[in-house]
Design a protein around this ligand. Structure first.
Ligand SMILES: C[S@@+](CC[C@H](N)C(=O)[O-])C[C@H]1O[C@@H](n2cnc3c(N)ncnc32)[C@H](O)[C@@H]1O
Length: 279
């Protein structure tokens, strides 16, 4: 059963003002390793959100299929692409893909894995990861590539300047991010052969707004990352007070410099890719 901790029904409305698709060149590079030319490829975007990645890739491939669990996010995507004959959107879950076997040349999954279940009643870790990976393997064509864009734990802590302001919420969300080693192991268990991991150091998911020193004071800015939704009211108030004080006394400049030096070392995201073996 899917449990949502971020209220995407609400945040979907402002999502596009807070997030941009990053790593497009990495995705295209992965898809381009397939013997089928890019312009003939059929690509699935699992957890497509408002369709930002579909928008960026739509002129590069033959067709794109977007699957999204949340109806608010899906409605935003549908509004963008309702007249586009090569884009097909549907509501559903990565854990139960509504597609035939061997349908796609490539699958991407951008910043979704931490929204899957992190533990089941039997105490197993990341049980839905297995289901999602088995499903991805099933619907990929042989030699197809599966790209998971996620964040390592180091990136969760140091890739976002404001994470230091809400350390308890960050610890909570870190538990929801499957570690990269867990992802590679589960991909292997699902039958994939490991391709590699690419980290785009120079790209930030929040685009030009990222280093806004007053960003966390604004609800729309906070809506751009589900970590904020895991902060308690007391944690949030403490964080906002700290931001206000640092802006007042000017120490925010030095603080951002320090946090930015860490981000530039570790990046925000990791693209893990793997192949379905040739049958
Ligand atoms: C952080 S957003 C990323 C959206 C989009 N991929 C992007 O990068 O702009 C995570 C998305 O995953 C969706 N999601 C969460 N669990 C899902 C599942 N089991 N199947 C499909 N989508 C899911 C959420 O509804 C949300 O739209």
């Amino acid at each position: 059963m899917i449990k949502e901790y971020e209220n995407y029904q609400n945040t979907s409305k402002s999502y596009d003002t807070t997030r941009i698709p990053i790593g497009i060149e990495i995705l295209l590079g992965c898809f381009a390793t397939n013997p089928r030319p890019l312009l003939e490829q059929v690509i699935l975007d699992g957890g497509c959100g408002t369709g930002n990645y579909i928008q960026a890739l739509k002129s590069k491939v033959n067709s794109l299929w977007g699957l999204e669990f949340n109806r608010g996010m899906l409605a935003q995507a549908t509004e963008k692409f309702h007249n586009h004959p090569n884009i097909h959107l549907a509501q559903g879950s990565l854990t139960d893909l509504p597609y035939e076997n061997d349908t796609f040349d490539g699958i991407m999954c951008n910043q979704v894995l931490h929204h899957l279940g992190s533990e089941n009643a039997a105490g197993e870790n990341f049980p839905e990861l297995n289901q999602a990976f088995e499903q991805a393997y099933r619907v990929l064509r042989p030699q197809g590539v599966f790209v998971c864009n996620t964040s390592s734990h180091q990136q969760v802590y140091d890739g976002f300047w404001w994470a230091d302001l809400i350390p308890d919420a960050v610890s909570r969300i870190a538990k929801r991010f499957p570690p990269i080693t867990c992802i590679t192991e589960r991909l292997d268990q699902a039958g994939f052969s490991f391709g590699g991991i690419v980290v785009p150091i120079h790209a930030v998911m929040q685009g030009d707004n990222y280093l806004d020193p007053e960003g966390p004071l604004k609800q729309t800015y906070r809506n751009g990352d589900s970590t904020w939704s895991l902060a308690t009211q007391a944690e949030l108030e403490q964080a906002l007070e700290r931001v206000q004080n640092m802006n007042k006394d000017g120490s925010i400049v030095q603080y951002l410099d320090h946090r930015e030096s860490l981000r530039q070392k570790f990046g925000q995201t990791s693209f893990v890719y793997a192949y379905k073996k040739q049958s």
